[in-house]
Design a protein around this ligand. Structure first.
Ligand code: UTP
Length: 298
């Protein structure tokens, strides 16, 4: 009998990076808590997980950065205060924060790389497939990006990484895959190799890994024995490359709009993009852009 494919229930959010590109804003808070319009960046990722049917959230946080956990917990004192003052609209705002079935957090004591951050979540994930969401990649997609990956996982039953075609001069900022298209699967590739941040001349393709992964628990022992790189970090890409020796890995091109809010220009673009999609802001914001000499009437 073929084993039944385990349903994916858990989403891991590594959020323990130093966020150096946003210093000093990230001196005492995680970059995942910077607000994109009126929601912290990580809330977009949690909403995507919930919309994809995942209702157990695992946060990997840095030292002393408890605000993320607090954001997804009910603040009884604040709710009572707003209630006593009759501020029902504000109550509705704070109650709109998504409420997963469980939110668990584990601390990565030192930022030893993304691979290490995933490894730190091992106990909370257990022996089941899971999703990793790097919430600084905010993706506007329908179906949600995570759902697109899960759909491929359910058909092919092996780990799936999200990829996007990037301009040649940007490949050196990403993990890049080489692979062959999977017949009958639009935008899906069977991965032959993964290279972390290759120089433009050596990049095997323009398919860059972006911040969404469906992984299986056999990645954990592999990450545990993955050597640190020259910066002393355990890279997830190195672990995935080693996993390739044991099982197939797939890449899925995401149909959607991605913003890298971990960079200043990506953050600004995302702010403009979402402001222009918001019925309560679009018109005034567009009018303001016109006063700056940008934007058109259509
Ligand atoms: P980045 O490569 O964007 O690094 O991490 P960073 O430290 O967050 O930001 P910069 O480059 O210094 O500005 C990608 C993701 O991996 C997480 C980050 O929080 C982010 O979600 N991460 C990275 C960890 O959780 N732990 C680490 O040790 C490294």
């Amino acid at each position: 009998m073929t084993p039944v494919l385990q349903t994916i229930r858990k989403a891991v959010f590594p959020a323990a990076g130093l966020g150096t590109r946003f210093l000093p804003a990230t001196k005492a808070q995680a970059k995942e808590m910077l607000p994109l319009i009126d929601k912290p960046i990580i809330q977009y990722g949690v909403e995507e997980a919930l919309a994809s049917g995942l209702d157990h959230v695992v946060l990997v946080t840095g030292q002393g950065k408890h605000a993320i956990e607090d954001h997804f917990n009910v603040d009884v004192e604040l709710e009572t205060l707003l209630e006593s003052r009759g501020k029902t609209d504000l109550l509705a705002d704070i109650r709109s924060v998504p409420c997963p079935a469980s939110v668990a957090a584990v601390q990565q004591n030192e930022p030893l790389g993304l691979g290490h951050a995933v490894l730190v979540a091992r106990e909370l994930v257990g022996d089941e497939p899971f999703v990793v969401i790097l919430s600084d990649d905010v993706i506007d997609a329908n179906p949600p990006a995570v759902q697109q990956l899960i759909n491929v996982y359910e058909r092919l039953e092996d780990p799936v990484l999200a990829v996007e075609r990037v301009p040649a001069d940007q490949v050196s900022s990403y993990g890049v895959i080489s692979g062959e298209p999977v017949p009958g699967e639009d935008g899906v590739y069977r991965i032959r190799d993964v290279v972390e941040k290759p120089p433009k001349e050596d990049a095997p393709s323009d398919l860059a890994i972006i911040g969404r992964y469906v992984l299986t628990p056999d990645i954990f022992p592999i990450l545990e024995s993955t050597p640190r790189d020259t910066r002393g970090e355990i890279q997830l890409t190195d672990g995935l490359r080693r996993l390739l020796a044991h099982r197939p890995l797939y890449a899925c091109q995401i149909d959607g709009v991605r913003h890298d809010t971990g960079s200043k220009s990506g953050f600004l673009r995302a702010t403009a993009y979402f402001a222009l999609k918001r019925p309560d802001l679009a018109e005034t914001f567009r009018r303001y852009l016109r006063t700056l000499g940008v934007g058109t009437d259509d």
